[in-house]
Design a protein around this ligand. Structure first.
Ligand code: ADP
Ligand code: MG
Ligand code: ZN
Length: 628
């Protein structure tokens, strides 16, 4: 049977009602009992005054607006033991207090609404509270789809959802490979530490610094490090937390945040993902977003509201500076931009050094080699990589991380989980030819990255893999390098074709062909590398406010479109012909390599090129720069 929350609540209502009366009864009886259990004996006011004169009274507690007193007294008449006695006081006894004072008696007054009436108030409130709570619970339960009325119940909670860290404990030591950004921030740190040095000469320190860079490059870490280095508190909130269903909630959060920050200045306010609030206003499909605009306006107002030297520095992070509202980037707001990029090989080495500090690494590990194998990895990727390697080490019950765990982790991060190799079969042979095809073309083309290893052990979607050691400088790629990559990618299919014949080629090359087509198309439409000429016919990105596909408008004629197709096809055709030729010319060594690969399942790049070199000269690859 399925019990719905509604029915549970319906059934529990009568029980709640009964509980309410029981509770009221308890409170009521408690009221009448008051005092009785405190002092069992009583005496008259006159007698009390006598006691007082005798010096027997030690302490008086006044209750009931001064009408009742509980007296603690000791004396021979009381058996020389402290007794608690109740006394009704006359309405007007102004002489009493000075008298008590003179006799050095401890006096204490207890207001009527002391504990007993609080209990009563709670008793009276508990039923409505339970009822409202129950209804709210029911309301949430039945509406817990995102953005539905369930969320509406949060409305009253205007509390700012920001975090405050008194000390972040992060220092510049912990952030590596972003030296320019660090330099930029040294200044901010010295301002937070010694503001007077700047104000003395009339300098205004920037209020806001915008950190721009792809995810995982250490933007949050840097902001924390600034707070840590300057020893100031760190307030953080994510832009997406400003954006709520109700107009005005985000704005009130901004107000709260800045209020708290002002109370704690000097401090750092960190706004993550500022693009969530800071998008250009009045854009987007279906008109603007009122809530977001209000939030942004509030943010701008707050930033203008405090003078440059109050000691609050706002650091915001985004990976989409292009979509930010121009008002945010105006001087006096986020007028400084610091870019943090995916680290280069040197940066990766430094980051690896930071994260290797708390790991047990064996002697043979070379962080340099790891840095070289991981182009495109962000700081977060590298941290994750070392952690994965450490986990694997523990699983293998080793004492320290070795290169084999690191290699396995890199492969896994790039290509997915490892599977088990096929047993010898026609399919395995075909895959082996395909992979050796990639590898031999890559080896024999001077402009191609060298082979790192060839393997038949499947990983992720791939049934076999050829790894190349990428050169680090991936930012400028020449036409002949792209052509070499296209040929390398076609090598697998070409080998299948040459060895097994056209009717036998497989779907295994699907991925390769996709890459080939995309590279060839970009040569024509983006990089002006075809005989259409140096024209950029398509932009890289697209309008950030329309989806990628919607924004990619083609601004060329039908005629140009068909010329593009022709060019793409002729590039790929040309590369394919060359590749088939390379495979045909090297058939003997390919056969030998395939046999070896089937036997060993993995051949490393060194061995591979030595075998190839014993048949045919290998062009000298450009030297890979020594690192340090
Ligand atoms: P972002 O905010 O840019 O997305 P984070 O600062 O949150 O990236 O980085 C996530 C984690 O990755 C950090 O906690 C740190 O462990 C690691 N990391 C990223 N960049 C660096 C770096 N430059 N130096 C050291 N560690 C880094
Ligand atoms: Mg972050
Ligand atoms: Zn392939």
């Amino acid at each position: 049977m399925k019990i719905s929350w509604k029915s549970v609540l319906l059934w529990s209502l009568p029980i709640l009602v009964v509980l309410f009366f029981l509770w009221q009864g308890f409170v009521a009886s408690n009221n009448t009992e008051f005092g009785k259990n405190i002092a069992s004996s009583r005496m008259t006011y006159g007698r009390f005054l006598e006691y007082l004169d005798m010096g027997w009274v030690k302490r008086v507690d006044l209750y009931d607006d001064g009408h009742t007193a509980i007296v603690e007294a000791i004396g021979p008449e009381l058996g020389n033991r402290i007794q608690r006695i109740r006394v009704e006081l006359p309405a007007t006894a102004p002489e009493l207090i000075p008298k008590l004072k003179k006799a050095n008696v401890d006096i204490d007054a207890h207001p009527v609404s002391d504990n007993n009436s609080t209990v009563g108030v709670i008793g009276n409130l508990i039923f409505p509270i339970l009822l409202i709570g129950g209804l709210a619970f029911l309301f949430r339960r039945s509406n817990n789809m995102p953005g539905g009325p369930g969320q509406a119940m949060n409305f009253g909670k205007s509390k700012a959802r920001f975090q405050m860290e008194a000390t972040t404990g992060v220092t510049f030591e912990d952030v590596a490979g972003v030296d320019e950004a660090k330099e930029e921030f040294e200044e901010v740190v010295s301002f937070l530490k010694r503001p007077e040095r700047f104000t003395a000469v009339g300098a205004k320190i920037p209020k806001g610094v915008l950190l721009v860079g792809p995810p995982g490059t250490g933007k949050t870490l840097l902001a924390k490090a600034i707070a840590g280095e300057s020893g100031v508190p760190f307030f953080s909130i994510s832009g997406s937390e400003f954006v709520e269903m109700f107009v005005g909630v985000g704005a009130s959060r901004v107000r709260d945040l800045f209020k708290k920050a002002k109370e704690n200045s000097p401090c750092i306010v960190f706004i993550d993902e500022i693009d969530a609030v800071g998008r250009q206003r009045g854009t987007g499909i279906g008109g603007g977003n009122d809530e977001r605009e209000q939030t942004l306006n509030q943010l701008l107002t707050e930033m203008d509201g405090f003078e440059g030297n109050t000691g609050i520095i706002i650091i915001a992070a985004t990976n989409r500076v292009d979509v930010l509202d121009a008002a945010l980037l105006r001087p006096g707001r986020f007028d400084r931009q610091v870019t943090v990029n995916v680290p280069d090989v040197r940066g990766r080495l430094e980051i690896l050094n930071v994260h290797a500090r708390n790991k047990k690494l064996s002697e043979e590990i070379s962080l340099e080699v790891i840095a070289r194998r991981t182009p495109g990895f962000s700081g977060a990727d590298l941290a994750n990589l070392l952690n994965e390697a450490a986990i694997l080490t523990a699983r293998r019950r080793k004492k320290a991380v070795t290169m084999s765990e690191v290699d396995a982790s890199i492969d896994r991060v790039i290509a997915g989980m490892e599977g088990t190799a096929l047993v010898d079969s026609k399919t395995k042979r075909l895959i082996a030819y395909h992979e050796v095809g990639h590898a031999i073309v890559g080896t024999l083309l001077q402009e191609h990255d060298p082979v790192q290893k060839v393997t038949l052990i499947p990983r992720g979607q791939a049934k076999g893999l050829t790894w190349f050691t990428p050169s680090d400088d991936q930012s400028l790629i020449s036409r002949s390098q792209i052509l070499a990559r296209i040929m390398g990618a076609l090598g697998g299919r070409a080998a299948e074709e040459v060895v097994f014949g056209y009717p036998e080629v497989t779907t295994g090359a699907g991925n390769d062909l996709q890459q080939v087509t995309s590279m060839a198309r970009q040569m024509v439409t983006r990089f002006g590398m075809s005989n259409i000429g140096p024209l950029a016919l398509e932009g890289q990105g697209s309008d950030p406010f329309l989806g990628r596909s919607m924004g990619a408008s083609s601004e060329y004629s039908e005629d140009v479109a068909s010329r593009i197709d022709m060019q793409v096809r002729s590039i790929i055709q040309h590369c394919h012909d060359e590749t088939v030729q390379i495979i045909k010319d090297n058939r003997v060594v390919i056969d030998q390599l395939v046999d070896l690969l089937i036997e060993k399942e993995t051949i490393d790049g060194q061995e591979f090129s030595e075998i190839v070199a014993s048949y045919t000269p290998i062009p000298q690859k450009p030297e890979y720069k020594a690192l340090l």
